[in-house]
Design a protein around this ligand. Structure first.
Ligand code: NDP
Ligand code: 2IT
Length: 451
């Protein structure tokens, strides 16, 4: 058995109860085969694949807090410090009732390669909690965040591990967590990114993942002789990534006709109005069903209770698909629908929103496919720029940060494109991104010896 297959079997055996982690490792390992084969003896002796799939540290802790009725509630918090070969651990905190260690291992593993692609010195990590922020008062959110940080603060620091937002964690939560960190440690440092602008946050961080997704997509299309202007697009999700992806798509002359939340999705033939969406989801924190009250020509379709997929969104005829909700929301049937409707490109705003079968189907049917670890790297890249600003105790203008973000996304596309070409897989940006990220991390690991 080849070294890659051997370690993949080991990972499956060792992490049998963590299907998301296995899925992420499988995707990466499949595309690394040519690189590993070229260095098989060295990588085997150095146990590179065993080391890269084993988090350096995993922290699991109790998070007790008091709700508005005086009832004590208990959640489980985690931080997975996956790999620090190229810099301090860096990655978001997910707050969602579905959070498990396996989910955070998948996200942390992806983050290692994503962060390497940004060209900035950041290792990979991820954390979160099975806390459900839905329907909680501001006071309950604060109580939870303070309790979560009371334990987390023992394990993080501006030069050790720098968490940020992710699904369910936005500016409000980061603010409460930052306040508690400062209070407990008596240090004012850039320990979190995505902070408010008055306390060390960076301009353009809020917009960065969505904007970056479009900068990447535009470059990928342009390098394949396609102009993004005039194209129609389907977006899924309606949170931080989706909102600013829709805004930037509009600025580039593309029209986004769908978006979704957990309960349903909308089709707006005139193009989704991101300002209305922002008001509904970011300010009022309510349901997407509200959208049709402002745009009577739009149509809202409710999902069945407990449906975790975005099937409806992917039945709409579009040129571009931009999944920005969460993992595994495009399956093979969705991929077939999109291809039958003539989709040109799929670019992932979320982490692993396309399952393995669907990804393969897109690639086999000539669809340009951008994997999240490359196309959604704009968020963490701008977090890296926030860290730089915090270190030099300066704030850069929106234009300066946005220009750097743009250049980073273009360079990520070319790193993935070049790596794919180097190994004879031209146009396979999944393989290209995995190889480019892997080579950087592994070179650093080898240079640092057995650790
Ligand atoms: P948010 O919490 O801001 O938004 C998530 C959105 O996805 C919400 O609209 C939510 O619906 C929706 N959603 C959640 N589950 C489903 C589902 N099963 N079907 C359809 N929609 C769903 O998170 P973000 O926008 O920050 O994150 C979205 C994705 O992007 C995640 O995969 C995250 O890991 C990834 N990402 C985020 C980055 C960031 O900087 N924030 C950076 C890079 C990647 P509802 O409104 O009903 O809750
Ligand atoms: O998945 C991601 O890249 C993020 N949630 C952003 C992480 C960060 O540190 O900004």
């Amino acid at each position: 058995m080849s070294y890659v297959d051997e370690v993949l079997e080991l990972v499956k055996e060792k992490n049998a109860s963590e299907p998301l982690f296995i899925q992420a490792v499988t995707e990466v390992f499949e595309s690394l085969k040519p690189v590993i084969e070229a260095n098989e003896a060295l990588y085997r002796r150095e146990a590179i694949l065993e080391r890269i799939t084993e988090p350096e540290r995993q922290i699991k802790f109790r998070v007790p807090w008091v709700d508005d009725n005086g009832q004590v509630r208990v959640n489980t918090g985690y931080r997975v410090q996956f790999n620090s070969a190229i810099g301090p651990y860096k990655g978001g905190l997910r707050l969602d009732k579905s959070v498990t260690l396996g989910m955070l291992k998948f996200l942390g593993f992806e983050q290692v390669f994503k962060n390497a692609l940004t060209t900035l010195p950041m290792g990979g990590g991820k954390g979160g909690c099975d806390f459900d922020p839905k329907g909680k008062s501001d006071r309950e959110i604060m109580a939870f965040c303070q309790s979560f940080m009371t334990e987390l603060c023992k394990h993080i620091g501006a030069d050790t591990d720098v968490p940020a937002g992710d699904l369910g964690t936005g500016g409000r939560e980061i603010g409460y967590m930052f306040g508690q960190y400062k209070r407990l440690k008596n240090v004012y440092e850039g320990v979190l990114t995505g902070k408010g602008l008055t306390f060390g946050g960076s301009l353009a961080r809020t917009e960065a993942t969505g904007y970056g997704l479009l900068y990447f997509t535009k470059e990928m299309l342009a390098c394949n002789g396609i102009d993004i202007a005039g194209k129609t697009a389907a977006v899924s999700g309606s949170g931080n990534v989706a909102i600013y992806a829709i805004q930037k798509a509009e600025q580039m002359g593309a029209k986004v006709v769908t978006c979704s939340d957990r309960k349903g999705w909308i089709y707006d033939p005139e193009g989704v109005d991101y300002k209305i969406l922002k008001d509904i989801k970011e300010v009022k924190r309510t349901s997407l069903a509200e959208y049709v009250n402002y745009r009577p020509n739009a149509k809202y379709t409710a999902k069945a209770e407990g449906d975790n997929m975005d099937h409806g969104v992917w039945t709409v005829k579009v040129d571009l698909a931009l999944p920005c909700g969460r993992e595994n929301t495009i399956d093979l049937e969705d991929a077939k629908n999109l291809v039958a409707n003539g989709v040109t490109a799929v670019a992932e705003g979320a982490n692993m929103p396309t399952n393995l079968e669907a990804t393969k189907y897109f690639q086999e049917n000539g669809v340009l496919f951008a994997p999240g670890k490359a196309s959604n790297a704009g968020g963490v890249a701008t977090s890296g720029l926030e860290m730089s600003q915090n270190s030099e105790r300066l704030s850069w203008s929106f234009e300066e940060v946005d220009a750097k973000l743009h250049d980073i996304m273009v360079s990520i596309f070319h790193a993935a494109d070049d790596a794919a070409k180097k190994y004879g897989m031209e146009g396979n940006y999944v393989a290209g991104a995995n190889i480019a990220g892997f080579e950087k991390v592994v070179n650093a690991m080898l240079a640092q010896g057995v650790c």
